[in-house]
Design a protein around this ligand. Structure first.
Ligand code: AMP
Length: 422
């Protein structure tokens, strides 16, 4: 069944048409709009995995992204218990990875107290007492779920402890949706009502629609370091896109597969046949597969290394491909000009070094100028788009790097599947 889905981002109301039968295990989930939380204890799994330097949050986008769901639950009279992981404490309490700074910042952002229930065992005496004392509309935050070694193992005991805090569970953490952990999957075994939050819903709607029912022409841009980590994405997307653009370190394996020398560039010898197959498959399917026609090469892998631009097949033995060249930037900008849907995952070069960030910047700029649904996979491409100030020009920037990649691979995300169906 194909039906309309409506959702709002700021002042704009989007309507997209969704094929509900394809991939319906992920696309037809109950959300916070489908439940009544008045007076109920609502455990909300958020993604508060924010960068911290000396206890200060250096990028609060993930906190801001979580606000709509929290505000909705507060307004509806829920007793809102927030939880999240932060960093990799590897199953033990690490004070530098405490969520205390998040509670303080959320208090400012929400304009109401977010009480921090600090327990080294996460669901401890403080959390239990804080929950018992909650009134409708109150918000508390419990400690980093990865302080518990069971969290990433999805074991029953910690899942049940988390569930014991609540009547209703809301998963709004897209960033961990591709993992089955206690706080996003295990907990749902012990709670009758499990739904997705607004952020999760938005991710599912945009990524799901782009992959399964894109307005055409549909262009995918893939970059990043390795072909091996994007194999399933390439395969899945080759069945769906009109144009596939390849950049970043993985482009050199494609070049080599075409018989070109790539010098010291990143090369995955084991994937040469695979790259060749993909080139042939693209031809068979009538997909326009683009690889760089010029390359910025560096003497060494360093920010201040000597560099120059060379044409296709001209990378010399002691040089290394670091970025796409200017002609490629133009080729790729032209290739997206008439697109109606563009999905982008992975930088075009070693964008961490300013001399080799121009290709990534050019793609971000090109996407900001077109009249299309533009979806940026999380991780590096999302960071690049935000850093360059193009964030508000994109239709959707995913909050989950790994999760959005798995979505593009056509996989089911356990964190989404676990929510109740409509
Ligand atoms: P990924 O996590 O696979 O999306 O890869 C992102 C990383 O790819 C970034 O850290 C980039 O620096 C790196 N990258 C992009 N282009 C190149 C290149 N030409 N050579 C080496 N690394 C690259």
């Amino acid at each position: 069944m194909v039906g309309p889905v409506f959702f709002r981002t700021g002042p704009i109301l989007y309507t997209i048409f969704f094929d509900f039968e394809r991939g319906s295990t992920m696309l037809n989930k109950k959300s916070v709009d489908d439940i009544n939380v008045k007076g109920k204890k609502v455990l909300v799994r958020c993604d508060f995995n924010v960068p911290l330097i000396d206890g200060k949050i250096t990028d609060e986008n993930r906190l801001i992204a979580a606000l709509p769901t929290i505000q909705k639950l507060v307004k509806d009279g829920g007793k809102v218990i927030l939880c999240s992981h932060l960093g990799k404490p590897k199953g033990e309490p690490k004070p530098e990875l405490s969520l205390a700074p998040v509670a303080a910042r959320l208090t400012d952002l929400l304009g109401q107290e977010v009480k921090f229930a600090k327990d080294d065992n996460v669901v401890g005496d403080n959390a239990k007492a804080a929950v018992a004392a909650m009134k409708e509309g109150d918000v508390i935050l419990i400690e980093n779920t990865r302080y518990r070694v069971e969290e990433t193992k999805n074991t029953d005991n910690f899942s049940e402890e988390l569930a014991s805090l609540c009547d209703v569970f809301v998963n709004d953490a897209f960033g961990t949706a591709h993992r089955a952990h206690c706080s996003n999957v295990g907990v749902t075994k012990y709670v009758d009502t499990s739904v997705v939050g607004y952020l999760m819903q938005k991710e599912i709607d945009f990524l799901g629609n782009a992959v399964n029912n894109p307005e055409r022409p549909f262009v995918a841009i893939l970059g990043g370091s390795k072909v091996s980590s994007k194999i399933s994405v390439i395969e899945n997307l080759l069945d769906k896109v009109d144009t596939l653009i390849i950049g970043g370190g993985m482009a050199y394996t494609f070049m080599k597969a075409l018989g070109e020398e790539v010098g010291k560039s990143l090369l995955e010898e084991d994937y040469l046949d695979y790259a060749k197959n993909m080139i042939d498959k693209a031809k068979e399917k009538g997909v326009n597969l683009l690889i760089p026609i010029d390359t910025v090469v560096g003497k060494d892998f360093a920010a201040d290394t000597e560099f120059k631009t060379v044409g296709r097949g001209e990378i010399e033995a002691d040089w290394e491909g670091m970025d796409i060249g200017e002609k490629t930037q133009k080729l790729y900008a032209d290739a997206v000009k008439d697109a109606k849907t563009v999905v982008w995952n992975g930088p075009m070069g070693v964008f961490e070094f300013p001399n080799f960030a121009h290709g990534t910047n050019a793609v971000a700029k090109a996407l900001s100028e077109i009249n299309a649904t533009t979806i940026i996979g999380g991780g590096d491409s999302a960071a690049a788009v935000n850093q360059l100030g193009y964030g508000d020009k994109m239709t959707h920037i995913s909050t989950g790097g790994g999760a959005s990649l798995e979505f593009l691979e056509g996989k089911e995300l356990p964190g989404v599947v676990a929510a109740n169906d409509k």
